[in-house]
Design a protein around this ligand. Sequence first.
Ligand code: F6R
Length: 248
Amino acid sequence: VPVRIFPDSELASAQVARELADFIRERAAAGRMAVLGLATGSSPTRVYEELVRLHQQEGLSFQNVVSFNLDEYYPMAPDSLQSYVRFMHEYLFDHVDIRPENIHIPDGTVLPEQVADYCRDYEAQIVAAGGIDWQLLGIGRTGHIGFNEPGSGAGSRTRLITLDHITRTDAASDFYGEENVPRRALTMGVGTILEARHVVLLAWGEGKAAVVKRLVEGEPTDTVPATYLQHHPAVQVVLDEAAAAELS
Ligand code: F6R
């Protein structure tokens, strides 16, 4: 897997944001939409801040952007503090000119009996948009991408999953205690993610160094779903020095 190591996450995020902005502008110049797959969590926040700055100060428009978020807790009300709907609006959507109808985030309020149809429809909307051009990812300490926890298959699609214990521990502070973290989530599948034409995975800090080593140097295995990215033809792993510390 191609790896790019930056002195710190701020420089790395600014570079990723510039490359994403160039892609959005190229598409706009060609009169085409840019279909982005977006992640939440701490890893992409500085990329979103830089995209907002590029919009406000350098005229970057999101009028031609269609977005699909990776995942959402289940169940989850969109107006909850911890919802990924709220997260995306706070960090990006409320500050740029993306058209509301072009935003897609898995709906944590869908009824249990409608989840299967809902997930099929989410996949169909990605296909109808022309597929994801540019997928931004983080990586969990379990090796998850999206919320595809260990055991997820390479061909898995958008579905309801059970969160790993480690993932719920890592989310505990956001929910004021692990007992409040939802046990399940909706997530795009590994197969959905692998179909994106270009994938950029961000990882910062020493807490990610061990899983980054497994991603970059380990055998592909469903116990570390991120290793499936090793087969992707256009993936980049973007690291700060701390996250790269265990690479040989
Ligand atoms: C979030 C997502 C997750 C996170 C991962 C890392 O939409 O899909 O896979 O990217 O859990 O989270 P942070 O960036 O908070 O370390």
